[in-house]
Design a protein around this ligand. Structure first.
Ligand code: PEP
Ligand code: MN
Length: 361
């Protein structure tokens, strides 16, 4: 099968690339002093951290701080000269790309509000033709995997192979503790479709506050994500954008210290054979699970036929409510999570109804 994307591995273009790849810096460039103070404190933690700062800020409502604009590029240059860190910023149109290339910015990223718009992404892709600057693509605001992949493809088709995705969470109508729901399953699906694509997690925009950042950062590493982008500001409380979610360099340093970096895999023979054994046991259990589901559907079909004979409707709400409550009770005694078992039963019930409807008609 033809690969979805043509990717140059990070280790081939980033000197001394480490896992996790760390990107840190303020949400927005605000002043030369804010940039240099923040950058120096970050580079003191590790000068391999890539320095991020937004120069042009896409704000949801007008009249908010929309970024300092081009002058910020000069501060980025200074950060690079004085700390040696690579620099990264967000681009949303042709002139942003041109100005960044001229100013020697090392890495560009496309923001969540731009990824949603194929016209804008194509405009950026066209402006990138003939260059080989690395480009990271944030997920679109809404949970649409095709839009995310489409943006990566447009950039890739412009000849950019140093690419990565950034997982920054998704807008959600449900109540969640996050500013943007992580929906890890979206990142997993992207990984499955394109295993070579590095995915960097952005815990700052997922969390929207500083409390949950360590949890999301560790979870991202445990999901084998390639790196982390963490908003860091020398004085978060007076930041002009995203004040609530930015860490101080001190907090960033203790976060990095506490992160547990596990290996993607191990070559240890004992580990491999034990894992093999456990996987075999999962395969066997899954096989049993499918057979049980098959049996359940056969019983549902029988019930369907019986209801038809007796001219009774498919759905009896009371029965469904009491069945679900009983299953949830049993499941909780078995230590299974309520939300998991509830979603599972909704699916099973839907499928039973579908089968019974087939029989009725
Ligand atoms: C940002 O990184 O500051 C930003 C605007 O992020 P996003 O595009 O993920 O909202
Ligand atoms: Mn931000």
């Amino acid at each position: 099968m033809k690969k979805l994307l043509d990717i140059t591995p990070v280790c081939n273009w980033l000197e001394g690339a480490k896992r996790p790849l760390m990107i840190a810096g303020p949400c927005s460039a605000e002043s030369e002093i804010q940039m240099l103070t923040t950058a120096k404190a970050i580079s003191a933690i590790d000068d391999k951290i890539i320095f991020r700062a937004g120069i042009w800020k896409p704000r949801t409502r007008p009249n908010a701080f929309e970024g300092v604009g081009s002058i910020g590029l000069q501060w980025m240059k200074k950060v690079k000269e004085e700390t040696g860190m690579l620099t990264a910023t967000e681009v949303a149109n042709t002139s942003h790309v041109e100005e960044c290339l001229k100013a020697g910015i090392d890495i560009l990223w496309i923001g969540a509000r731009t990824t949603v718009n194929p016209f804008s992404v194509q405009e950026i892709a066209n402006a990138l033709k003939g260059t080989d600057i690395p480009v990271f693509v944030k997920n679109p605001v809404n949970p649409d995997l095709q839009l995310w992949i489409g943006a990566l493809e447009r950039i890739n088709q412009a000849g950019i192979t140093k690419i990565a995705a950034i997982h920054r969470g998704f807008h959600s109508h449900s109540v969640t503790p996050f500013r943007n729901d992580p929906k890890w399953e979206m990142a997993i699906e992207l990984r499955t479709l394109c295993p070579e694509l590095p995915i960097i997690c952005d815990p700052s925009h997922i969390c929207g506050n500083t409390d949950l950042i360590p949890y999301i950062s560790q979870k991202a590493l445990d999901m084998d994500m390639h790196g982390l982008m963490i908003e860091t500001h020398c004085m978060p409380s007076i930041a002009l954008s995203d004040a609530k979610q930015q860490l101080t360099p001190g907090q960033l340093s203790s976060l990095i210290e506490k992160l547990v970096v596990r290996k993607s895999n191990s070559e240890n023979i004992e580990f491999k054979s034990k894992l093999e054994e456990l996987r075999e046991s999962i395969n066997k259990t899954d096989d049993e699970l499918l057979q049980i589901l098959m049996n359940r559907m056969l019983v549902a079909e029988k019930i369907g036929a019986y209801k038809k004979e007796n001219k009774v409707t498919i759905l009896q709400t009371n029965r469904w409510e009491s069945l679900l409550n009983e299953r949830l009770n049993n499941a909780s005694m078995m230590g299974l999570s309520e939300s998991f078992v509830r979603s599972l039963y909704v699916l099973i019930h839907e499928e039973s109804i579908r089968k019974q409807t087939e029989i009725m008609n």
